[in-house]
Design a protein. Structure first.
Length: 95
């Protein structure tokens, strides 16, 4: 369980990532095997894409700090988030 200070730090890190990235891609990691997740992480890292699995409430607070509201569909399930340096690479690699 995260402490309040750790949660605040993660929200700040997410907010920073959101402001610095050109694209944000949401994806479900449900059903991925460990080796598939590791392969995806390595591929994304080679392309300068930050990939994180985050708690929905923390992600929602980070977006809220920027004045953006997440839809109910996005908040409904556990998510992985990729922060990309350009508009298309993260989306291509996440498919």
């Amino acid at each position: 369980m995260l402490t309040r200070e750790q949660k605040s730090q993660q929200i700040q890190e997410l907010t920073d990532a959101l402001t610095k990235s050109q694209s944000v891609v949401f994806g479900s990691f449900h059903g991925l095997k460990l080796y598939e997740m590791e392969k995806l992480r390595k591929t994304l890292k080679k392309n300068a894409i930050t990939f994180r699995v985050v708690k929905n409430t923390l992600l929602e607070r980070a977006f809220s700090a920027l004045g953006v509201t997440l839809s109910d569909e996005i908040r409904a399930k556990p998510l992985a988030v990729a922060f990309g340096p350009d508009d298309i690479t993260a989306a291509k690699l996440m498919c």
